[in-house]
Write a protein that binds this ligand. Structure first.
Ligand SMILES: [Zn+2]
Ligand SMILES: [Zn+2]
Length: 371
C-alpha cells in the first residue's frame, strides 16, 4: 500500500498513516534520523515501555528495633516510612520514555517471604494519544542487620550517669523507682521526637543510691532536671576524662549528682525554734507540715543542716489515750514508762480516740494525727 506521505514503517514496511505521523512529529527524537524512522502504531506499541526502572532493590531493617536504614542513616520505624522509602527508591531509578505524557503511578506491597517483598507497580501515561497502563514488579530484598543504636545498647555504651543520692540519708525505694520512671519517660519522649541517640543504658544499684547510665549528656541534663523538679534537691555535675580521640579532642564522661533533700514527706523533724516537732506534709523549696504540739500548720524554708530528724511516721509506735480532759489537755500513757502523763491536746485529736501515734524526744512526748 502506498502511503499518502510516502512514509513506511522501518520495522514492518507498512505505510504510516497521516495521523500517526503528525503525532510523531512532536517526538523530535524519532524524527532525528529522518522521516524514514517513524514506526507504525502497531510496531511502536509492540515494543513499547512507558518507563524503564530498576527491577531489584534492597532495604536494611534492624532485627532488634525494626529501624530502617534510609540513605545511610537509621530511622525509627513508623507508619508509612517503608512505603515512602520504596517510592523514593523506585523514582530514583525511574526513566520515562520519550514522548510519554501525563505519567502517574501507584504501587502495593506484597510480602513474598521473610527476605523478599514485591512492589506491584502500575504506571499510567499517554503515548501517541493513547492511554497506556503498564504493570511492573520490583523485587526488594530485606536485609536484616543491627542498627547503630542497638549495637551501642548491647555494648553497654554510656556517656554519662545520673547519680541519685540524698542528703544525710539514703534515697527511699519510692524515690529510686520514681527516678527510673522519670528517666525512661524523658528518654522515650526524646525518642518520639526522633532523637534515636538518647537512651537509658543501664541502672546500677549502689549502697548509697542508684546510678542511671545514659547515652548523651543532653539526656543527662534533661533527666536530672526533671527529677529535681519533682522530688526536690539539687544537681551538680562533674566530668571524668575518658580518653582523647585521634584529633586530640578530649572525651569526657559526665556525672550528674542529684542530691535529694534531707527531709521527706512523713518525717518528724525539729527545726530548733523551741516550738516542738513538725510532721512534714510536703517538700520542695518550701516545707509544709503540722506542729505536733498545737496542730497548727507550718510553712517555711529549712536548710539541710538546720534541723534534727526525729523519726519517720512509718516507724513511730502507738500509745493509749487515758482521757481527753478538755479542749486543751489530754492524758496518755508514756510510751516508755507506761505511766499516765498529761500533755497539751493538739487540734487534730478528736474526742473519741482510744489510741494514738506518739514520739518521745528530750523535750517531751508528742502525739501525731491518725491517718
Ligand atoms: Zn510497523
Ligand atoms: Zn536497632
Amino acid at each position: 500500500m502506498m502511503s499518502e506521505l510516502g512514509l513506511f514503517c522501518p520495522n514492518c514496511g507498512n505505510a504510516v498513516e497521516r495521523g500517526q505521523w503528525r503525532i510523531a512529529q512532536g517526538e523530535s527524537r524519532e524524527l532525528e534520523g529522518g522521516r524514514k524512522n517513524v514506526l507504525c502504531n502497531r510496531c511502536y506499541f509492540d515494543q513499547f515501555e512507558l518507563v524503564k526502572l530498576n527491577e531489584k532493590g534492597s532495604i536494611q531493617i534492624c532485627s532488634v528495633c525494626e529501624a530502617i536504614c534510609r540513605k545511610n542513616k537509621w530511622v525509627d520505624k513508623k507508619e508509612g516510612l517503608e512505603e515512602e522509602m520504596i517510592s523514593e527508591m523506585i523514582e530514583e531509578g525511574l526513566e520515562i520514555q520519550r514522548g510519554v505524557k501525563d505519567i502517574s503511578w501507584g504501587f502495593s506491597l506484597e510480602n513474598i517471604d521473610k527476605k523478599t517483598m514485591h512492589v506491584n507497580c502500575e504506571f499510567e501515561g499517554n503515548a501517541r494519544d493513547r492511554e497506556v497502563v503498564e504493570k511492573r514488579i520490583v523485587e526488594i530484598k530485606i536485609v536484616r542487620e543491627i542498627c547503630d543504636i542497638c549495637r551501642k545498647k548491647s555494648g553497654g555504651y554510656y556517656s554519662g550517669e545520673i547519680q541519685i543520692r540524698a542528703s544525710s540519708r539514703k534515697p527511699t525505694k519510692v524515690e529510686k523507682n520514681r527516678s527510673i520512671e522519670i528517666a525512661n519517660d524523658v528518654a522515650n519522649r526524646r525518642k518520639l521526637l526522633g532523637d534515636r541517640n538518647d537512651f537509658v543504658s543501664k541502672i546500677v544499684e549502689k549502697k548509697e543510691g542508684i546510678d542511671i547510665r545514659i547515652s548523651t549528656s543532653k539526656l543527662g541534663q534533661k533527666i536530672s532536671k526533671s527529677i529535681v523538679e519533682e522530688l526536690g534537691g539539687s544537681v551538680s555535675t562533674s566530668e571524668t576524662l575518658l580518653s582523647e580521640d585521634r584529633d586530640g579532642n578530649k572525651i569526657y564522661r559526665i556525672a550528674y549528682l542529684v542530691r535529694l533533700p534531707a527531709i521527706i514527706i512523713g518525717d518528724v523533724i525539729d527545726i530548733r525554734d523551741g516550738k516542738g516537732p513538725i510532721l512534714i506534709k510536703s517538700t520542695g523549696d518550701v516545707l509544709k507540715g503540722i506542729r505536733l504540739a498545737s496542730g497548727e500548720s507550718y510553712k517555711g524554708l529549712v536548710k539541710d543542716e538546720k534541723f534534727n530528724r526525729i523519726q519517720h511516721v512509718s516507724n513511730v509506735g502507738k500509745t493509749s489515750i487515758v482521757s481527753i480532759d478538755d479542749t486543751y489537755s489530754m492524758q496518755i500513757l508514756d510510751p516508755e514508762s507506761y505511766h499516765p502523763i498529761t500533755i497539751a491536746r493538739p487540734t487534730f485529736i478528736g474526742p473519741n480516740l482510744k489510741e494514738v501515734k506518739v514520739v518521745k524526744t528530750e523535750e517531751g512526748v508528742y502525739v501525731l494525727p491518725n491517718e
